[in-house]
Design a binder for this molecule. Structure first.
Ligand code: LLP
Length: 418
């Protein structure tokens, strides 16, 4: 459910005309709906209302500070995977006591930064990492709160690039080695074992993988308890899918209904790390048609956004709806919608049926609020797009469009080349 709707054949973001925004801020332009973000955050919060919980938004999905701030104001926390994300979470006013730090390759510097700021816990992914966290904590005379990320070997039945919970993946500690790792962790002087973490993949559209993964984690937790290790935080990761095309994923309420009964009688704080299911369909990318070009076999709509602005179609073959910003009574045509970048993989849709489009018109790529801007780059020396947030009938520029100057920031020409 989102707040991008047509009124009299014109697409609106909440109560603001998308065309007006495209004309004011130029394109390519990311537009986010405040009320959609709020609604999705609250859907999680309310679904898990009866159980002690923290919603730690996965910053990688969308690290814009205004968006993080929105969640901070709702009492949300953050799942971070780098020093940079930690920095942004803190800048947005997210309480460090609600920040969890995952990732297979944390550096000393990142570990130190997280210890200085007193985050809630590290989600550690290997024995080497445990020892490193212990070493850095020792040097800082601190005790590092740690959860172990367990890989439960559950197939989330999603795109292979975004599945993470199988044996063959680099993530987490294999469940059969988990006890041993907990024993090691509990013997390390400067580590305090506080939690257990799992995240099995992204864009999961069924409930069963979540239930199966939680069940095996709970069995492990009981074994830990019998060894005298008490777990306080149960972090079940993110991964709930959204509808890009015709998927019908469960909603947070379904997740809660199926998971909470398994936790009855257990005194835990539940942590969730949703990214896509909160931000995904709260954002669109508006792009202008530069040219319509008839090839020998195909007709191409060439737009001013490229794979540098949105890489999901190129990288995962991902499907995104593409809508005209102003609907016209026209015949339909079959197009490849492509960007200006010098790569054949630079496309948003292939063989897509649309009402005929003309030069200068705007199109909206839907469902790009997560892993859209956050995965954008400067490839082909293209300045990154601007980002706007709409709230009811107001709109706010939340990130300037980059300029050519931004493209050379930090670059230096050595004297011998001058
Ligand atoms: N927690 C951890 C440890 C994660 O690795 C991820 C995502 C999340 C939470 C959030 O998952 P979500 O609720 O958004 O599914 N770039 C890909 C998605 C990569 C997801 C990586 N990890 C895409 O565009 O589909």
């Amino acid at each position: 459910m989102h707040f991008f709707k047509y009124h009299r054949n014109e697409l609106f973001a909440e109560d603001v005309s998308v065309k007006a925004l495209a004309e004011k801020y130029s394109t390519p332009l990311y537009i986010y709906s405040y009320n959609t973000l709020l609604r999705h955050f609250r859907a999680y919060d309310q679904a898990f209302n009866n159980y002690q919980h923290i919603i730690c938004f996965a910053i990688k999905a969308n690290p814009n500070i205004s968006i993080l701030r929105l969640f901070a104001k709702q009492g949300g926390g953050a799942d971070v995977v780098s020093g940079g994300e930690l920095y942004k979470a803190l800048k947005a006013g997210i309480s460090p006591r609600k920040i969890v730090f995952a990732g297979v390759g944390k550096t000393d510097e990142e570990i130190r930064f997280a210890l200085i700021t007193n985050i809630l816990m590290f989600n550690a992914e290997s024995e080497d990492e445990l020892r490193e966290i212990n070493r850095v904590a020792y040097l800082m005379k601190k005790k590092a709160p740690v959860a172990l990320r367990i890989n439960p070997d559950i197939d989330p039945e999603t795109h292979p690039y975004i599945a993470t919970g199988l044996k063959k993946h680099k993530f987490g500690i294999p469940i059969e080695d988990a006890l041993e790792h907990y024993r090691i962790a509990s013997r390390l002087e400067n580590i305090k074992v506080v939690g257990i973490h799992k995240h099995i993949g992204s864009q999961i559209t069924k409930i069963a993988p979540f239930v199966d993964a939680l069940k095996s984690i709970l069995i492990l937790m009981d074994k830990l308890r019998s060894e005298g290790l008490r777990i306080k935080y149960l972090d079940i990761g993110g991964g709930l899918g959204i509808s890009y095309k015709d998927e019908e994923p469960p909603i947070p309420k379904d997740l809660a209904k199926n998971l909470l009964p398994l936790l009855r009688g257990r005194d835990l704080t539940l942590i969730l790390e949703p990214g896509r299911s909160i931000a995904g369909n709260a954002g669109i990318l508006v792009t202008k048609v530069l040219y319509v070009k008839k090839g020998k076999e195909k007709e191409f709509v060439i737009v001013d956004a490229g794979m540098n602005d949105l890489i999901r179609p190129s990288l995962y073959g991902a499907y995104h709806h593409i809508l005209p910003v102003v609907k016209k009574q026209r015949n339909t045509a079959i197009y490849d919608i492509v960007g200006p970048i010098c790569e054949s993989g630079d496309y948003f849709a292939k063989d897509r049926e649309l009402k005929e489009v003309k030069q200068g018109e705007f199109l909206a790529v839907m469902g790009v609020g997560a892993y859209g801007f956050s995965m954008s780059s400067n490839y082909n020396c293209r300045p990154k797009a601007a980002e706007v947030m709409v709230k009811n009938n107001e709109h706010f520029l939340i990130k300037d469009r980059e300029t050519y100057k931004d493209l050379i920031r930090g670059e230096k020409v050595p004297a011998f080349l001058k």
